[in-house]
Structure formats: structure tokens, C-alpha cells
Design a protein. Structure first.
Length: 236
């Protein structure tokens, strides 16, 4: 039987963002890409909370699977791994959250303000602005075009709810819980993504079984810039 893989996208993306990775995996794997609440086909699903997202995953995923998450999806994958304790984990450009309570509160306030602003914008305008986020800089033109098209599958109201309910400031830090994960964890980061390369190294120290994979030339969204390399990391 083909191994099962479940894929969780990042903020402003949809399940469609995994198409090139699914293609690179080939027919030897059964891949399930989910639209997270607030995004794509799940834009109108409420409430947008951590527990609701975990319930969606539990209700859709097979009994045993490899869980793959990018950015926001990677953060959710860490929470899911602690809840389910069954899967192998592949994290791409992901973080366990913000450890300092004051810093996390400040981030939550900033996310709330951004969510308020998103609700006043059209999806085209917000997609253009979000593409200028420093951590996303330097994407090849074909990747940037595909990402823009994917963002247009979203709605401002849904993205605002996702930011309020699943943003970095909204979710608790998992830095002190990394040692509880007993499954193998592959942490994939792009060579150009200096911030998350540092986070990956720090995470690896706290995990029981971790491998850090730095993909040459890639930025934050490694699965979009180097899908075959991500597919290789997914294979056990």
C-alpha cells in the first residue's frame, strides 16, 4: 500500500500550492493537501482556532501518515504531532512559535492590527503587499507568479480570521515541548532564509530525532522553489 502524506500550507496559500511537490512524489505516495480554515475552499469555515484546525486534520487524515507543513502549516503540524503522536514530521520554514510572553503579546497585537487592515483591502491589493514581505524576497519570477495566483484563491475576511486565530502571536509556544516528540523530524530550510536556518538549528537541539536539510539557493518557500528536494525529504 502506498504511504500516506498530508500537506499543510502556509498563510495566504491554499492546498493547490503543493501541486508540484505532489507531482514530484509520484504515484508511489498518496498525498492529501488540505485547505486550512480561513483559506481557499475553507475560507468561510468558523471558528478559526487551533482546536478546530486539529479537528479538521483528525477527521480528514488516514490513521498513519507523514505530516508535512510549511510556515503556518508547519507550526500547526508541530501542534498536531504533539496531539496525535503517530506521524513522521517534515517542517519547511517553520517555527515552534515565540517563547517570550511579552514578545508574543506584541506580535498578537500586530497581527490583530494587520487583520483589521486586511479586511479593508481587496485580495489583489493584499496579495501584492504580502509578496513584499522581506522573508519572501528573491523568489524566481515563475514561482512568484504561481504564488500570486494561489493567493487570489483566498478572501480577505478568511485571511483575517486565520491571522487572528492561527497566527504566530495567537498560538502558544512549543519550544519547551519539542523533546516530547518521539518521531523523526526533517527540518527543511532554504539557504537564503537566514532567520529560519537559525531557528532550524535551535529546534534540532531540542528534538529527539532531527535532521536539518538546507536547500542551496532556495528561500523561505522551499517547496515552491525546489519541490523535488522537498519530495526527497518526505520519502523515509
Amino acid at each position: 500500500m502506498a504511504p500516506d502524506v498530508v500537506l499543510l500550507h502556509g498563510f495566504t496559500h491554499t492546498a493547490a500550492s503543493w501541486e508540484t511537490v505532489v507531482s514530484a512524489l509520484g504515484r508511489r505516495y498518496r498525498a492529501l493537501a488540505l485547505d486550512l480554515r480561513g483559506h481557499g475552499e475553507a475560507a468561510g469555515r468558523v471558528p478559526v482556532t487551533l482546536q478546530a484546525a486539529l479537528d479538521d486534520l483528525a477527521g480528514s487524515a488516514p490513521r498513519r501518515f507523514t505530516l508535512v507543513g510549511y510556515s503556518m502549516g508547519g507550526r500547526l503540524a508541530l501542534h498536531a504531532a504533539l496531539a496525535f503522536h503517530e506521524q513522521r514530521l517534515v517542517l519547511i520554514g517553520a517555527s515552534p512559535g515565540i517563547a517570550d510572553a511579552a514578545e508574543r503579546a506584541a506580535r498578537r497585537a500586530a497581527d490583530e492590527a494587520l487583520a483589521d487592515e486586511i479586511e479593508t483591502l481587496g485580495i489583489e491589493e493584499f496579495a501584492d503587499r504580502w509578496a513584499q514581505t522581506p522573508v519572501l524576497a528573491g523568489q524566481p519570477p515563475d514561482v512568484a507568479a504561481a504564488v500570486h495566483a494561489d493567493r487570489l484563491r483566498n478572501q480577505p475576511a478568511g485571511l483575517a480570521r486565520a491571522l487572528r486565530g492561527l497566527g504566530t502571536g495567537a498560538l502558544p509556544s512549543l519550544w519547551d515541548h519539542l523533546s516530547e516528540l518521539d518521531m523523526p523530524v526533517a527540518i527543511v530550510v532554504g539557504e537564503r532564509d537566514e532567520k529560519f536556518r537559525a531557528i532550524a538549528r535551535e529546534m534540532a537541539v531540542g528534538l529527539r530525532s532531527a535532521e536539518v536539510i538546507v536547500v542551496p539557493g532556495a528561500g523561505h518557500a522551499v517547496h515552491l522553489e525546489a519541490p523535488s528536494r522537498v519530495a526527497q525529504a518526505i520519502r523515509p
